[in-house]
Design a protein around this ligand. Structure first.
Ligand code: ZN
Length: 176
């Protein structure tokens, strides 16, 4: 698939340049900023480098409303996408006490606050997830919502519509 590589500048707030200890899971997010592009969200992560808000955030990939994919971090690097004070039992059991050190994050853009994703975004997410699963020998059970790891309302549409999340996983791992 076509991926635009637009790596962030190494900096403490969004690209620490540390290595993942392993890739044990893939985590999906929503950008929580309606109508913004993949590029705009990539630039948001980049601009955190000045440390103005002291905010830490990033993800490895961002998928836009039209299905375009931007890569911000190498797959071997730690991103700041699932950090929290407290993690779910499932995350502690299946990942680690600091899941940022063993997961890849994918941000999904969306059109409104309900957060439903376009067909193009989901199609590209499917392709990317399958590629990563192949590369790291992962499967359906290794694909998480941010919610599954910290309880955060993210990606909102897949938290409020549990059935749609299941359906998305079915779509990703269907044979066609
Ligand atoms: Zn998230």
């Amino acid at each position: 698939m076509q991926i635009k590589e637009k790596y962030l500048t190494i900096n403490p707030f969004s690209r620490p340049g540390k290595s993942l200890v392993a890739v044990k899971g893939i985590v999906l997010h929503w950008v929580a900023n309606p109508k913004t592009s993949a590029e705009a969200n990539r630039n948001y992560f980049e601009n955190l480098k000045v440390g103005k808000d002291g905010r830490y955030a990033s993800a490895h990939f961002i998928i836009g409303i039209d299905g375009e994919v931007i890569q911000c971090l190498l797959e071997t690097e730690v991103g700041y996408h699932v950090g929290a004070n407290k993690y779910t039992e499932r995350a502690l059991k299946e990942l680690s006490t600091y899941p940022n050190n063993c997961t890849l994050g994918i941000e999904l853009c969306h059109k409104d606050w309900e957060g439903e994703f376009t067909r193009e975004t989901l199609q590209a997410a499917r392709e990317l997830i399958l590629e990563l699963c192949e590369r790291y020998k992962l499967g359906r059970q290794n694909v998480y919502r941010h919610y599954d790891i910290t309880g955060k309302d993210c990606p909102k549409y897949f938290v409020t519509h549990e059935d749609q999340w299941e359906q998305f996983l079915n779509f990703v791992f269907s044979k066609s």
